[in-house]
Write a protein that binds this ligand. Structure first.
Ligand SMILES: *[C@@H]1O[C@H](CO)[C@@H](O)[C@H](O)[C@H]1NC(C)=O
Ligand SMILES: *[C@@H]1O[C@H](CO)[C@@H](O)[C@H](O)[C@H]1NC(C)=O
Ligand SMILES: *[C@@H]1O[C@H](CO)[C@@H](O)[C@H](O)[C@H]1NC(C)=O
Ligand SMILES: *[C@@H]1O[C@H](CO)[C@@H](O)[C@H](O)[C@H]1NC(C)=O
Ligand SMILES: *[C@@H]1O[C@H](CO)[C@@H](O)[C@H](O)[C@H]1NC(C)=O
Ligand SMILES: *[C@@H]1O[C@H](CO)[C@@H](O)[C@H](O)[C@H]1NC(C)=O
Ligand SMILES: *[C@@H]1O[C@H](CO)[C@@H](O)[C@H](O)[C@H]1NC(C)=O
Length: 584
């Protein structure tokens, strides 16, 4: 077996230069494209180019507790991308996803590779336990399929034993599959390697490959073979402001590895760029022989305070220098590079994954809708009898915070899309006639179980003693936010609780979330479909939901807040309208 992605022979390079689009001086034609290539919560990208699949690029990214998990993007031209499937779509593939604990648990950093007509995804299900050294925190797994376009065809995983994360395979010509991965930074941090049996998950002894250049948490490793060298690409510095990409190489896959004298080879640390935290890269080569790097980045500027979309996927051109090391272009919003000829086969509608027309829930839930962990059966029903063109939500006992912001085995009723635009307006009509106290349905900007901002319709006793409904249960509008842990500058807003105005009661309401500027969301309510009568109830700051490893979801929930209520909420006219993308 040949090592993955070996160097093109000089003759082949010359031939490709003839077919690649080129300018008069013989250099490939450069075109403009924009970062992020996937906006919204698509961190830890890993990409491949597969000639045998009709010259298609494929990428995988982390999903944490978002379900379906591990989205796969495809493209023919590196500009138009589409989510073609998710690796994790069935509860029985990974029942433990439901049992993870913590705001940064779930699926971390997949690596996608193609070998012998099969697509493999190596990843880790992280049980966010306090004891980092506990092997049971790290469930390392391998999924495969022969057809990534057929979502159902992704396998149940093979599990293998590695006390660490970010596993990445390399098929060696000796016939073995070498897996490199990261140790937790608290215990002997560094990149380690073992041989893994893809069928049984059996592993060999672990070898220490490289401990990086001294940055925190060497991780996100990938191995490439080129010109007689094994190149080890590594992320260091932690996934915040010191994030960077470094490289080392060796003649032997087990080392010793010598560092690139020009490390770090990619970072925006110590710059004033809008794109920060650049790191966790992967490399691939297109049909013309051009190399590309993908990485994660956060659009936050050096202030790094408000970045609700979290870590997104960016792409840069890469050139190998004569000295045998790759040089990455720095990450900017507007980029130029030798892109393949335009091909819109995988263009999203309106070039935006969630820019959809009004969704009327006539037949099915759209493909880009997501949940927090596996949805419970019978919770979300399209066009229930007597409620055509609606999505009914059966309330969960747990609210979005659940009991402790950590653990939610019995599940939460919440359906959402990723926030993919700096500015957007989301609105949905909610028909909800609560009967019990604390029954609630509403909309949320949701980052994690302990970072969310909500506006709900909730049944509460009327506390106004001079009101005719004093003491009885009346629908209220309740705005509140949860944000713990948080940075010291985060100020939790005062909850707002007010009666639903009498004229609005007993009718569907429109609830709206609008990202009005770089720092704030406006939460509004009004009678359904009457923009004129809609009014802003409160503002929520984006820094409340700028934390950890994930990005915000925008959607609707229903809960009885630990009570007994079973009243359903009916959603209709769901609309997410992108308004603006800040790239500089
Ligand atoms: C969740 O984590 C907390 C500590 O963060 C721990 O006390 C609790 O036992 C954990 N629960 C489970 C089910 O692992
Ligand atoms: C996993 O490997 C560790 C040592 O690396 C060992 O202590 C442990 O018993 C192994 N667990 C399983 C389930 O094989
Ligand atoms: C990396 O550090 C560990 C100690 O944390 C050490 O045992 C190992 O030899 C180092 N590896 C290399 C390749 O230097
Ligand atoms: C950024 O600057 C700090 C302080 O000068 C330095 O320690 C760090 O290495 C720099 N990081 C990078 C990636 O250049
Ligand atoms: C209480 O109810 C009375 C009578 O409906 C109304 O005039 C008054 O504004 C209410 N007070 C508050 C604080 O809502
Ligand atoms: C965004 O709007 C909010 C609410 O009006 C305001 O408090 C905040 O200062 C604005 N932020 C910026 C950056 O303009
Ligand atoms: C969530 O529900 C629990 C009871 O199950 C309640 O104590 C808590 O206040 C609720 N929190 C939020 C933010 O809704």
């Amino acid at each position: 077996m040949a090592p993955v992605k070996s160097l093109l022979l000089p003759a082949a390079t010359a031939l490709l230069a003839l077919v690649a689009p080129s300018t008069a001086n013989g250099r490939p034609k450069e075109s403009t494209y924009y970062n992020p290539i996937f906006s919204g919560s698509y961190p830890d990208p890993s990409c491949i180019f597969v000639e045998e699949w009709d010259d298609t690029f494929f990428c995988a990214s982390s999903s944490f507790n978002i379900f379906p998990g591990i989205p796969i993007h495809a493209s023919k031209d590196l500009r138009n991308w589409k989510t073609i499937s998710n690796v994790l779509t069935r509860h029985e593939q990974l029942p433990d996803l439901q049992l993870t604990n913590g705001s940064t648990s779930g699926i971390w950093a997949p690596t996608i590779r193609y070998h012998d007509k099969t697509f493999y995804v190596f990843t880790t299900l992280v049980h966010d336990k306090m004891d980092i050294t506990d092997g049971s925190r790290w469930d390392n797994i391998i999924f495969k399929t022969k057809n990534p376009f057929d979502e159902e065809s992704w396998s149940t995983p093979v599990h293998f034993n590695f006390t660490g994360y970010d596993p990445s395979p390399f098929w060696h010509e000796d016939g073995k599959v070498y897996m490199s991965g990261a140790h937790p930074w608290q215990v002997e941090p560094g990149v380690y390697q073992m041989v893994v049996d893809l069928e049984t998950g059996e592993t060999s002894e672990k070898v220490s490959l490289w401990n990086g250049t001294g940055g925190l948490a060497p991780e996100g490793s990938h191995t490439f073979y080129r010109d007689g060298w094994y190149y080890l690409l590594v992320a260091e510095g932690g996934t915040g402001m010191d994030h960077m990409v470094t490289m080392a190489r060796s003649r032997d896959i087990n080392g010793p590895y010598e560092p690139n004298p020009d490390n770090p080879i990619l970072t925006n640390a110590n710059t004033t760029e809008w794109f920060q935290t650049v790191g966790h890269a992967d490399l691939f080569q297109d049909k013309s022989g051009n190399w590309w790097g993908v990485a994660l980045s956060t659009r936050s500027g050096p202030e790094y305070r408000t970045y609700p979309m979290g870590r997104e996927t960016v792409m840069v051109p890469v050139k190998w220098e004569r000295n045998g090391w790759p040089v990455f272009e720095p990450v900017r919003g507007e980029m130029r590079g030798p892109l393949p000829r335009e091909n819109r086969k995988f263009a999203q509608p309106d070039d935006c994954p969630s820019a959809t027309k009004t969704i009327d829930f006539r037949k099915k839930i759209p493909d880009n809708f997501v949940y927090w962990r596996t949805p419970r059966e019978g919770t979300y029903t399209v066009s229930e009898r007597g409620h055509p063109n609606t999505l009914s939500l059966k309330p969960s006992h747990l609210n979005l915070t659940a009991l402790d912001g950590n653990y939610a085995e019995t599940g939460q009723t919440f359906i959402a899309v990723r926030q993919t635009d700096t500015l957007f307006t989301y609105s949905v009509n909610v028909e909800f006639e609560p009967k019990e106290e604390e029954e609630e349905a509403g909309v949320s900007v949701f980052l994690s179980m302990n970072h969310h901002i909500d506006l709900g319709i909730v049944n509460l006793p009327d506390k106004n003693t001079s009101s005719p409904t004093s003491g009885s249960l009346i629908p209220h509008l309740r705005f509140r936010a949860e944000s713990f842990p948080a940075e010291e500058w985060v100020v939790a807003p005062q909850p707002v609780i007010e009666l639903v105005p009498e004229a609005w009661r007993g009718k569907p309401l429109t609830l709206e979330i609008k990202a009005i500027n770089l720092t704030h969301y406006a939460f509004s309510a009004g009678p359904a479909n009457s923009e004129f009568r809609r009014r802003t109830i409160a503002y929520g700051a984006g820094d409340l939901v700028s934390w950890g490893f994930t990005g915000t979801l925008i959607g609707a929930y229903a809960t009885n807040n630990g009570g007994e209520g079973t009243t359903k909420a009916y959603l209709s006219n769901w609309k997410y309208t992108p308004q603006s993308q800040f790239r500089d």
